[in-house]
Write a protein that binds this ligand. Structure first.
Ligand SMILES: Nc1ncnc2c1ncn2[C@@H]1O[C@H](COP(=O)(O)OP(=O)(O)O)[C@@H](O)[C@H]1O
Ligand SMILES: [Mg+2]
Length: 193
C-alpha cells in the first residue's frame, strides 16, 4: 500500500514517526529511521518483534514492513503516552480508582502474553512506550482506558528464559518510594508500601 505523510508525530532518538494516510483512506503511524542514524535494521527489529507481539494480541497492528526503505507502518493509536497521562490534571481529577485498576489489569494481561512467547520488551521503564487509548466499552457504555504497548526496537526473544515483562514496570508503578508515578498509583488505589 502507498502512504502519504500528513504530519510528524514524534522525532525520536534515531527515528521519525509520521501520521500518514493509506490508499484505503485510513490513518496510520509510520516509523522510519533518521537519515544519519546508524540503526540500519529498524524495519527488521521493530517490524519482526511487532509482528510477534501482534500474534498474542499485543501492540498496534503492523500493516507494513519495508526492509528496503527501512520503515514500519502500524495502526494509529489516538492517545497520550502513560507518563503524560498519569502526570495530567485529568488523571488527578477524573480518572477513578476502578478505571485505573482496569487499565493496570489490561496492561498485566498484555505483559503476560508477551512472556508467554518469551518476548522481552526491554524498554518499558519510564512509561513512554505505553500509550493510553480512551475507549467506550461496548457492553457497559462506560469509558475505559486501554494500554497499547509500542516501540519494539529493543525487544528480544529469550528462549529458555523466564521472561518477566512485569518486572520492568512494577517498581515504577508500585514500589518506588519517591517516584511520581508510584506515588500517584498508590494514592489512587489506596495502597501502602
Ligand atoms: N502506532 C502509533 N500510534 C500513535 N502514535 C505513535 C505510534 N507509534 C509511535 N507513536 C508516537 O511516536 C512516539 C515515538 O515512537 P517510538 O516507537 O517509541 O519511537 P522511539 O524509538 O523514537 O522511542 C511515541 O511516543 C508516540 O507518541
Ligand atoms: Mg519509544
Amino acid at each position: 500500500m502507498q502512504f502519504k505523510k500528513i504530519t510528524q508525530l514524534a522525532k525520536g532518538w534515531s527515528s521519525y514517526i509520521w501520521l500518514v494516510r493509506g490508499e484505503d483512506g485510513k490513518e496510520y503511524a509510520l516509523k522510519e529511521v533518521r537519515e544519519k542514524s546508524p540503526r540500519k535494521n529498524l524495519a527488521e527489529r521493530e517490524g519482526e518483534m511487532g509482528l510477534l507481539a501482534n500474534k498474542v494480541g499485543v501492540g498496534p497492528r503492523v500493516v507494513e514492513v519495508n526492509y528496503e526503505k527501512n520503515f514500519v507502518v502500524r495502526e494509529f493509536v489516538n492517545g497520550k503516552n502513560f507518563l503524560n497521562w498519569i502526570s495530567s490534571e485529568e488523571f488527578d481529577k477524573s480518572v477513578t480508582p476502578q478505571e485505573l485498576y482496569e487499565f493496570i489489569k489490561e496492561l498485566y494481561r498484555a505483559l503476560l502474553a508477551l512472556d508467554s512467547i518469551s518476548l522481552s520488551h526491554n524498554q518499558l521503564e519510564g512509561g513512554k512506550n505505553i500509550l493510553v487509548e480512551e475507549k467506550v466499552d461496548a457492553l457497559s457504555k462506560k469509558r475505559k482506558f486501554v494500554p497499547v504497548i509500542i516501540d519494539f526496537e529493543k525487544a528480544s526473544v529469550k528462549e529458555n528464559n523466564h521472561t518477566r515483562n512485569i518486572g520492568q514496570i512494577e517498581s515504577m508503578f508500585f514500589y518506588n518510594p519517591h517516584g511520581m508515578i508510584a506515588k500517584k498509583i498508590r494514592a489512587k488505589l489506596s495502597l501502602t508500601l
